[in-house]
Design a protein around this ligand. Structure first.
Ligand code: KG4
Ligand code: ZN
Length: 329
C-alpha cells in the first residue's frame, strides 16, 4: 500500500492505495474553500497554517495501515511553495521513520490520473487540463513518463477566469461552481469577444475576456445571471474553437477533461458533442476527484512505485512551477 499526501493549494488530503490492484482503500480531504472565500481567493500563508492542522488530523485516521505501507507519496510540484512544504515535510518524516521509499508526484500528472483511480491507465490519451492554475492540452502515451504539451495559456487559466469574474460580481471563491449555477438562470445575451479568434495558433488567453466582463459589469445594465451565462459561453467557446483547430491535424482516440474546472457540466456537454463529431471517447474523473485530492496522487504513485521512481529525502524539493516537453504541431 502507498500513503499519498496532497497540499498544493487549499485542500488537505491523504489517501491509501493498494499497489497490486490500484484500488483506493482510504481517502479523506479537508477543504479550506469556505475560509478563503471571504478573501475572494486563496491566501497562501493562511492555507499553510490550515494544512498544519488538517493533515495530522487525517493522518491519525490512517494508523492501522502503517505496518502495510510500502512507500510514501507526496505532491511536490507545481503549487504554492508554502503549502507544498507542509505535505512534503510530513512525507519525509513518515518515509524516514517507517524506513520506506519516498515518491515525489507532479500535481498535474495527478489530475491526469484522476480518471484512472481504481483502474488501469489508457495507453493513448489526449487531455484537456482545466484548473485554477493551468489550461493545457497534453498528450500521454503509455503512462506518466511520456507526456507532452500541445498547448497552454499565455496568461490566466480557465478556472482562474471564473474565480475573477465571481470576485468582480461580489460572489464567493471558488468562482467556478458559483458562475456555473448563475449561468443556468441567465441568457448569453452579451457578445463577449472570443479570445484569439483570428489567431491560427493553438494557445489560450483569458485576460482579455476577463476585462470585457469587467467593462460589462460597469455598464450596470445586465443581470449577474446574464453576465455569467455570456462569460461562460465565451470561455468555453474559446476552448472548443482551439480544440477544433487542433483536431484538424491531430485527432485523439481518447480524450480526457481533468482538473477542478472539469466539473463544469456545460463544458462537458460541448466536449461530448465534439467526441461524437470527431469520433473519440470522452473520459472524465468522477465529480469528487475533479478538484484537488490525494487519491489521484496515490494512483500516479502506484505506477511510479512499479518503476522504482523514488527520490531521496535530501533531494526532494518543492517546485512551484514545472514544464512538460513541448510537442510541435
Ligand atoms: O484543480 P483545482 O481543484 O485546483 C488547482 O489545481 O488549481 O481547480 C480549482 C479551479 C478553481 O479555479 C475553480 O473555480 C475551478 O477549478 N472550478 C470550476 C468549476 N468547479 C471548479 N470552473 C468552472 N466551472 C466549474 N463548475
Ligand atoms: Zn489541481
Amino acid at each position: 500500500m502507498i500513503l499519498s499526501i496532497e497540499s498544493s493549494c487549499d485542500d488537505s488530503s491523504i489517501a491509501i492505495t493498494d499497489i497490486k490492484n490500484k484500488k483506493l482503500l482510504f481517502h479523506k480531504k479537508i477543504s479550506q474553500e469556505l475560509i478563503h472565500s471571504q478573501y475572494g481567493g486563496v491566501v497562501p500563508e493562511l492555507a499553510s497554517r490550515l494544512h498544519l492542522e488538517a493533515l495530522p488530523r487525517i493522518l491519525a485516521q490512517t494508523k492501522e495501515f502503517f505496518p502495510k505501507l510500502k512507500a510514501i507519496a507526496v505532491t511536490a510540484s507545481p503549487g504554492l511553495s508554502v503549502t507544498l512544504n507542509e505535505g512534503v515535510m510530513m512525507a519525509k518524516a513518515l518515509s524516514i521513520s517507517l524506513d520506506i521509499p519516498l515518491i515525489g508526484v507532479n500535481h498535474l500528472i495527478g489530475h491526469i490520473y484522476s480518471v484512472f483511480i481504481d483502474k488501469d491507465v489508457t495507453s493513448d490519451i489526449m487531455i484537456l487540463l482545466v484548473s485554477g492554475g493551468h489550461t493545457k492540452i497534453l498528450n500521454m502515451q503509455n503512462g506518466y513518463q511520456n507526456i507532452t504539451e500541445l498547448a497552454t495559456t499565455i496568461d490566466d487559466s480557465f478556472g482562474e477566469s471564473f474565480d475573477k469574474v465571481s470576485k468582480m460580481l461580489g460572489l464567493g471563491y471558488p468562482g467556478g461552481p458559483v458562475i456555473e449555477e448563475l449561468a443556468k438562470n441567465g441568457k448569453p445575451i452579451i457578445d463577449f469577444p472570443i479570445p484569439l479568434r483570428q489567431s491560427p495558433e493553438i494557445k489560450f488567453s483569458y485576460s482579455g475576456l476577463k476585462n470585457a466582463v469587467r467593462l460589462a459589469i460597469l455598464e450596470n445594465k445586465y443581470s449577474k445571471e446574464d453576465i455569467a451565462a455570456s462569460f461562460q459561453k465565451a470561455a468555453i467557446e474559446h476552448l472548443t474553437m482551439k480544440l477544433k483547430k487542433l483536431f484538424k491535424t491531430k485527432t485523439p482516440n481518447n480524450f480526457a477533461i481533468v482538473g477542478g474546472a472539469s466539473a463544469n457540466l456545460a463544458l462537458r456537454e460541448e466536449i461530448e458533442k465534439m467526441g461524437k463529431k470527431y469520433k473519440f471517447n470522452v473520459i472524465y474523473p468522477e465529480l469528487k476527484y475533479c478538484s484537488d485530492n490525494a487519491a489521484m496522487i496515490g494512483r500516479v504513485a502506484v505506477d511510479m512505485y512499479e518503476n522504482e521512481d523514488f527520490v531521496n529525502y535530501n533531494d526532494l524539493k518543492v517546485q512551484p512551477r514545472v514544464e512538460f516537453k513541448k510537442e510541435v504541431l
